[in-house]
Design a protein around this ligand. Structure first.
Ligand code: FES
Length: 249
């Protein structure tokens, strides 16, 4: 069995928190982490800019089974629909650390790493200039925007690094779960796992522990268990309240 790796900048959650992914079924959540919707809120220009918390859902059951196939009639929870649904549960994501396959962009003060296969299509990287351009620019504003846009990436596809310390500017998250909702494109998104919660398969393999992870909950990702943005292409709807009622900031 491979040794579990921890991504730089990640603080591993206390032991009671973990997720086990059933081979053909749901995410089994342990430790009662808080679970709530998080809406992507656009700025005046219509670009993804911030998150706004929505309805909370209990995780009292130990474990709490959360839908992974996208077909439950009781989302965010599993109702057994995966047994009859037409979906492909195979977890085909590479088992290498995210940074091993990331591209690096060197800037004057900060740098950027990018592993595209983890993209959850949240689009914070485009908010005020493309982060790949900003990283190469001089000045405080470009530096701050580079860090902001990378840190808002829920999937952890993007990380900004301090050239001097060689450490990432990783945002702090307590162990928690969120159901991403993206009203601008009328789509629900992935399950956002924050704060270094270990995620394992039933066969005992544990994925690299990371501070920001987006797990597919539409059932259609080509990089399972992670989201690859496919939900946006068919406007996945979880049926929870608020998707069409959010206002711009
Ligand atoms: S939730 Fe994003 S691809 Fe399934």
């Amino acid at each position: 069995m491979k040794k579990t790796t921890v991504q730089p900048g990640t603080k591993v959650a206390p032991e009671r928190f973990y997720i086990t992914i059933e081979t053909n079924g749901p995410y089994m959540v342990y430790g009662h982490p808080p679970l709530a919707q998080e809406f992507i809120i656009p700025n005046e220009e219509g670009a993804s800019w911030s998150f706004q918390k929505g309805t909370s859902y209990p995780t009292d059951k130990e474990p709490t089974a959360l839908c992974r196939c996208g077909h439950s009639k009781n989302k965010p929870y599993c109702d057994g629909s995966h047994l009859k649904a037409d979906w492909y549960p195979e977890m085909t994501a590479p088992e290498e650390p995210l940074l091993d396959a990331a591209e690096a962009f060197q800037g004057p003060e900060v740098s950027l790493t990018d592993n595209q296969s983890y993209c959850a299509f949240a689009r914070f990287c485009d908010a005020k200039g493309r982060v790949w351009n900003l990283v190469g620019m001089d000045g405080k504003e470009a530096r701050e925007l580079t860090i902001r846009e990378a840190n808002y990436c829920p999937a952890g596809r993007l990380s900004a690094w301090d050239n001097e310390t060689q450490q990432p500017f990783e945002p702090h998250y307590d162990p928690s779960l969120a159901l991403i909702e993206d009203p601008a494109i009328h789509s629900s998104g992935p399950l956002w796992v924050r704060g270094g919660i270990p995620i394992s398969r039933e066969d005992g393999y544990t994925y690299e522990v990371r501070n920001r992870v987006t797990l597919c909950r539409c059932g259609e990702s080509g990089n399972k268990p992670f989201c690859d943005g496919t939900h946006a292409s068919f406007k996945f709807k979880d049926g929870l309240p608020g998707l069409d009622a959010r206002k711009k900031e």
